[in-house]
Design a protein around this ligand. Structure first.
Ligand code: NAD
Length: 460
């Protein structure tokens, strides 16, 4: 008999539910079931797989209010952010229902003429999916959608903080007609043991992980032992660049989304602001005024910004903030804190920040916006690229050619040009350097769960 663990609301610290605390034996049993379901699921006509995914999209939209409320409860984000996440998450099922019927292939004549080459795509096999707490719905559907579309079966381990949304999505997939064994959710408080057991099991042929760079590195090492196909969506440290010719109102609107969506707890969150000295004062005043208006609190009371996910995240963010202030940074604006027991940090705008302060160089995952000023394009590009991360970036300039020229010089997988949001199921999401390997969404997201196979046919 397995135990249970409690899922807590991070705003009120009240328990919401208990879920099974599964161990290695149950994790391996899930792989067994996924392996048993693979022959039939991979042979299921693509159109049939597509219909199930499309039905799951419709069911998520039907249940959007319930799913958004669940995300608010276990993650703490605002109701607006939770609704946006449900819509975004559901779109992955719709997108991959459309991609499922386009597995592609090729038929060519060899250059020497003696053979014909037929290229097709085969599902990679049983996939292990591991997701973080910050987007409990979207990070799950961004992996489940392409895995099922490709014909893979899967086992998914959601973050221990937010298992309820993944369980709810799996239930909707069952309602949509997904056969038994094709997808199993393994809830656990022992992620290292469960995921290590999966990576040691020869039936698991794919690991798709979203989370921190540190854990990603460790999983890549473990995956190396059995040469498991690995996709990694890891940490970020997105620069937000404001040029002297930018529309400052648009830049502030973009900054509020890029920085404060999900309370700053997004891998694509703007982490460091580089503002041209000529517009720094005006941009600071405008952004500061917007920050001071933010209502922080419990999503259930209509707050725009919720708590951080845990006491540990809060302690880390506070330490970075204190360190920056001790080193001479100035608090230019701050929102009010609510009178609640949860893990709240007041959204804060910092000026006079040194380019090498840890508040700039480390991923914050918190509603802190440090501003560094710049004058010269070369200095800007050097500072922006002086990071081991390369996930997202944002560039604001009134001259589109200048914005694109600057963007092309930035080492990042995704760049928002005059906008503060890059995520789109139809675009290849992912990073360079230590922000990850591979892409999710778009055509690339499906290919991550497929292996090309070619037949070389004698034509003599
Ligand atoms: P995390 O790495 O601590 O946890 C992510 C997942 O891995 C969770 O399910 C967790 O239980 C599991 N895990 C933790 N330790 C493990 C281990 N030793 N072995 C196997 N599994 C383990 O990350 P987090 O704190 O939950 O999420 C925040 C991080 O995720 C940030 O760095 C953020 O940038 C990143 N993230 C990246 C993307 C992206 O698409 N690039 C998206 C969202 C979040």
């Amino acid at each position: 008999m397995t135990g249970q663990f409690v899922v807590q609301n991070p705003a009120t610290l009240e328990p919401i539910a208990e879920v099974p605390d599964l161990g290695v034996d149950e994790a391996i049993a899930a792989v067994e079931a996924a392996h048993a379901a693979f022959p039939s699921w991979s042979a299921t006509p693509p159109r049939q797989r597509s219909v199930i995914l499309h039905t799951a999209f419709e069911l998520m939209i039907r249940d959007k209010d319930r799913l958004a409320a669940l995300i608010c409860q276990e993650n703490g984000k605002s109701l607006t952010d939770a609704h946006a996440e449900v819509a975004y998450a559901a779109e992955f099922f719709r997108w991959f229902s459309e991609e499922a019927v386009r597995s592609g292939g090729d038929y060519t004549e060899s250059p020497a003429g003696g053979t014909r080459t037929i290229v097709r795509h085969k599902p990679v096999g049983v996939a292990a999916l591991v997701t973080p707490w910050n987007f409990p719905a979207a990070m799950a559907t961004r992996k489940i959608g392409p895995a099922l579309a490709a014909g893979c079966t899967a086992v998914l381990k959601p973050a221990e903080e937010t298992p309820l949304t993944a369980l709810a999505i799996a239930e909707l997939l069952r309602e949509a007609g997904l056969p038994d064994g094709v997808l199993q959710i393994v809830t656990t408080t022992d992620a290292p043991a469960v995921v290590a057991a999966w990576l040691e099991d020869r039936r698991v042929r794919k690991i798709s992980f979203t989370g921190s760079t540190g854990v990603g590195r460790q999983l890549l090492r473990q995956a190396a032992d059995r040469v498991v196909n690995a996709s990694m969506e890891l940490g970020g440290n997105a620069p937000f660049v404001v040029a002297d010719d930018a529309d400052l109102d648009a830049a502030v609107t973009g900054a509020m989304i890029a920085k404060f969506r999900n309370g700053g707890q997004a891998c694509t969150a703007a982490n460091r602001f580089y503002v041209h000295t000529r517009v720094a004062e005006e941009f600071t005043t405008l952004l500061g005024a917007a920050i001071e208006k933010l209502v922080v609190g419990d999503a259930a009371d209509g707050a725009a910004i919720g708590p951080l996910i845990s006491a540990r995240q809060l302690a880390g963010a506070r330490a970075r903030l204190d360190e920056a202030i001790a080193a001479g940074a100035h608090v230019a604006a701050q929102a009010q804190l609510p009178d609640l027991p949860g893990h709240f940090l007041a959204p804060t705008l910092l000026t006079g920040v040194a380019p090498d302060a840890t508040v700039v160089t480390e991923e914050l995952f918190a509603p802190i916006a440090p501003i560094v000023t710049w004058d010269d394009d070369e200095d800007l590009v050097r500072m922006v690229n002086d990071s081991e991360y390369g996930l997202a970036a944002y560039v604001f300039s009134g001259d589109l050619k200048r914005a694109i020229s600057l963007s092309e010089r930035i080492d990042a997988g995704m760049i928002g040009v005059n906008r503060g949001l890059v995520s789109d199921p139809a675009a290849p999401f992912g990073g360079v350097k230590q922000s990850g390997l591979g892409r999710e969404g778009a055509r690339e997201g499906l290919l991550a769960f497929l292996e090309p196979q070619y037949l070389s046919v004698d034509w003599s």
